[in-house]
Design a binder for this molecule. Structure first.
Ligand code: NI
Length: 167
C-alpha cells in the first residue's frame, strides 16, 4: 500500500478525460487499494484516479461516519438522475475551498466492482453528490468549474498564494 500524491487545481492534468478500464488486473486492484488509503489518510470521502494522475475510470468513495463502507467503482456511469439539491462541496484537489453546487438529488449509477461484476447503486443525498463529483473528475471537471468565473478566478488566486507560502 502507498499514499499517492494528489494533483491540485488548476493543474492541467485534472482536465484529462479518463479512459475506460478494459481489464481489471493486479495494477488496477493495487491502484484501488492505494487510492482508498490516500482518501482515508487525507481525510476525504471520495477520490477519482484522475486526481492521482492516473487517467482511468476508477473512483473510491466512503461517505460513512465510521469509514468502513468503502465503495470502489470501475467505469461508473450515471444512468438515471432526478431532482436537484444544493450542497456545500470541497475537494482534495482544491484544499481549503468550499462552495455550494447544484446537482441531481438522486442518481442511479452503473459500474463494475473489483471482481468485474456489473452492479448498480441507487443513491440520494450526500452519496449522490459524491458520485456526481467523482464522475465529473473522470470527465476532467473539478467542482469549482460549476461556480461563476469570478469565483473561479478568486479561488485560483487564493490557491496560488497558498502554494507560494508553502513552497
Ligand atoms: Ni474532488
Amino acid at each position: 500500500m502507498a499514499l499517492l500524491p494528489i494533483l491540485r487545481f488548476p493543474d492541467p492534468r485534472l482536465k484529462k478525460v479518463a479512459a475506460p478500464v478494459h481489464n481489471i488486473d493486479a495494477s488496477i486492484k493495487r491502484l484501488a487499494r492505494d487510492m482508498a488509503e490516500t482518501m482515508y489518510e487525507a481525510p476525504g470521502i471520495g477520490l477519482a484516479a484522475t486526481q492521482v494522475d492516473v487517467h482511468v475510470r476508477l473512483i473510491v468513495i466512503d461517505t460513512s461516519e465510521t469509514h468502513d463502507q468503502l465503495l470502489t467503482l470501475i467505469n461508473p456511469e450515471i444512468v438515471e438522475s432526478q431532482g436537484t439539491q444544493v450542497c456545500e462541496e470541497g475537494c482534495l484537489s482544491v484544499p481549503g475551498i468550499y462552495d455550494k453546487v447544484e446537482r441531481a438529488e438522486s442518481v442511479v449509477v452503473r459500474y463494475l466492482d473489483l471482481e468485474g461484476v456489473e452492479r448498480t447503486i441507487d443513491a440520494d443525498g450526500l452519496l449522490a453528490v459524491c458520485l456526481q463529483h467523482e464522475i465529473d473528475h473522470l470527465d476532467g471537471k473539478v467542482f469549482v468549474e460549476h461556480l461563476s468565473l469570478l469565483k473561479q478566478t478568486r479561488i485560483k488566486a487564493k490557491l496560488a498564494k497558498q502554494a507560494k507560502i508553502t513552497a
